[in-house]
Design a protein around this ligand. Structure first.
Ligand SMILES: [Zn+2]
Ligand SMILES: [Zn+2]
Length: 240
């Protein structure tokens, strides 16, 4: 942990190379990517044509019509949104967040601003997608909890890191895994340890990246089985 803090301090003190193009990052607030790489990154404004439920980008150009991709029909959460596409500066930031419990100021700003423009304002508590105990001990922190804490502090919403637990150490999701494999790997991986704390709550579930949606759907499933009302999902990036 001390090493991690030290490395974060070093990164704060010295200009570093952009993780994507290797030019120098001139503004510390930009974190691991330079301004040009941030500008190349697709940050969602909410004006895109996208699936109303999972937020997947859709081709249709019809404006102001509620559209669904239908691939997410079976998922247990109500709505899922991301700050932007998993590419350039956002993918580099997500990768970095798995190594250091630190989110750059610009990333924090994007994440908070995205929340504020979403129909998630009736959420009553924030829950980060948990890591298994084994993974938590290996990494020393939960990157979803880092994001959840930032949001909780800025929007003044209760943070609950206790009620949801990942009881099975699922293998890391790899790019080569198809959606079926991802779904199988997280099925029954979660449990609610304190049902009283989720009953009747509208939950904002936080994760770093939305890939197939299987992980957050399984979290939403167990939360709803224990009496949670709506479950919203917010991630930094959306990979599909
Ligand atoms: Zn760059
Ligand atoms: Zn969808």
């Amino acid at each position: 942990m001390l090493d991690k803090i030290f490395n974060s301090l070093v990164a704060l003190t010295y200009p570093q190379a952009c993780q994507i193009c290797h030019n120098s990052v001139e503004n510390l607030a930009d974190g691991v990517a330079c301004r040009a790489c941030w500008e190349k990154t697709n940050i969602f404004s909410g004006e895109e044509t996208s699936c109303h439920k999972c937020g997947a980008t859709l081709q249709s150009k019809t404006k102001n019509v509620v559209t669904f991709c239908h691939r997410c029909d079976e998922y247990f959460y109500d709505l899922a949104r991301a700050a932007g596409k998993y590419e350039f500066a956002l993918s580099a930031s997500v990768v970095h967040l798995k190594r250091e419990p630190f989110a750059a100021a610009y990333l924090q700003k994007l994440f908070i601003a995205r929340f504020q423009n979403l129909p998630f304002q009736d959420a009553t508590k924030i829950i980060p997608v948990p890591l298994s105990k084994k993974r938590f001990l290996e990494r020393g922190f939960n990157q979803a909890a880092v994001l959840a804490k930032i949001l909780s502090k800025n929007i003044n919403l209760k943070l609950d890191e206790q009620s949801l637990r990942r009881k099975i150490d699922t293998p890391m999701h790899r790019a080569s895994m198809d959606n079926k494999a991802r779904e199988t790997s997280v099925k029954n991986a979660f449990e609610v340890t304190r049902p009283k704390l989720v009953e009747g709550e509208t939950i904002l579930l936080i994760d770093d990246v939305y890939t197939s949606g299987a992980t957050v759907s399984n979290c939403a499933k167990v939360l709803k089985e224990k009496g949670a009302g709506k479950v919203y999902v917010l991630t930094i990036a959306k990979a599909s």
